[in-house]
Design a protein around this ligand. Sequence first.
Ligand SMILES: [Zn+2]
Length: 74
Amino acid sequence: MILKTHHDIHIDNTIIEICNECGKSVRFGTGLYVNRVVDLNDIVTKIEMGKPFPSGGYICINCDNKLHKECLRK
Ligand SMILES: [Zn+2]
């Protein structure tokens, strides 16, 4: 896993095909394409939610499962 050491997030509404939780690509041809979940929140909302990769328009299945587990713990 590559950790970013600098912030280069551009604030616009371009939907990038990455998971907004882990930053992994969910493009066609990746293992995460089929089960990706569209995140319909706009980028400002995602920043407010503390998403690590707010420019990503999707959540991958791995992170979606994690989020559901956190919901169940409450
Ligand atoms: Zn993810």
